[in-house]
Design a protein around this ligand. Structure first.
Ligand SMILES: *Cc1c(COP(=O)(O)O)cnc(C)c1O
Length: 221
């Protein structure tokens, strides 16, 4: 099957109100353009250099999401154009995004990344770390960033119940954070979980932003 058909198939499975982030990392510009011509505008990348290279040559109305671990020294390169930084996992990174956003006269939308998976290697904030960051309150003074929701990656496992448990925890935690810190903030509404192999479960666990690569573009080289 071709990219165009696979994209159409994925989109057909998404309920209204769920945003598709087409994860194009490791795939060439030409593949991105094929999805673009079908109307897709939101693409996800996880490496700054690759993203900057693609952003320079691809249509300017693409909304790029940075979905990987972002080093603070790379923020300045993407700050002028990034649409959403999905995986903020420290106050230090949030401060740097704020600093660079203000330099370009922007307010950058971000998500806080939760660590709920069992693997040691997965990045993100534990629930307690996330509460501590929000309780600290420094983010409220940051005019260059807007926290729009939460993001997480479930464990890489065939155990669907484990994936469901982790995503349910994320959904419950979203409700807690929304009530405690963002009750009046309409913009705090993003729940980014679900990838090619687990997005059907994610949709049952209140995800409204799925990040899908392989199922659209095929296996990464
Ligand atoms: C690569 C990646 C995805 C997409 O993974 P697929 O299994 O190819 O759909 C989603 N989210 C993050 C954070 C990724 O790094």
């Amino acid at each position: 099957m071709e990219i165009e058909e696979r994209l159409k198939e994925v989109l057909a499975t998404l309920p209204e109100g769920v945003e598709l982030v087409a994860v194009s990392k490791f795939h060439p510009e030409e593949d991105i353009l094929r999805a673009y011509r079908q109307g897709q505008r939101v693409f996800g990348e996880s490496r700054e250099q690759e993203l900057s290279r693609k952003q320079a040559v691809l249509p300017k109305d693409i909304r790029w999401h940075f979905i990987g671990h972002l080093q603070t020294n790379k923020v300045k390169y993407i700050a002028p154009y990034i649409s959403l930084i999905e995986a903020v996992d420290s106050l230090k990174l949030l401060r740097e995004i704020n600093r660079q956003a203000l330099k370009c006269d922007r307010r950058i939308d971000v998500l806080l990344e939760l660590h709920l998976a069992s693997e040691e290697t997965k990045s993100g904030l534990t629930l307690d770390e996330c509460r501590a960051l929000l309780d600290g309150g420094e983010w409220k003074e940051m005019e260059g960033v807007r926290i729009c929701g939460l993001m997480m990656m479930a464990s890489l496992t065939d155990d669907k119940e484990q994936i469901r448990r982790e995503m349910t925890s994320a959904a419950d935690f979203f409700d807690e954070v929304k009530a405690r810190y963002f009750a009046d903030a309409e913009y705090f509404n993003r729940r980014s979980w679900g990838m090619s192999d687990d997005y059907e479960i994610a949709l049952q666990c209140k995800s409204n932003m799925v990040r899908i690569g392989t199922k659209i573009f095929g296996t990464r080289q």
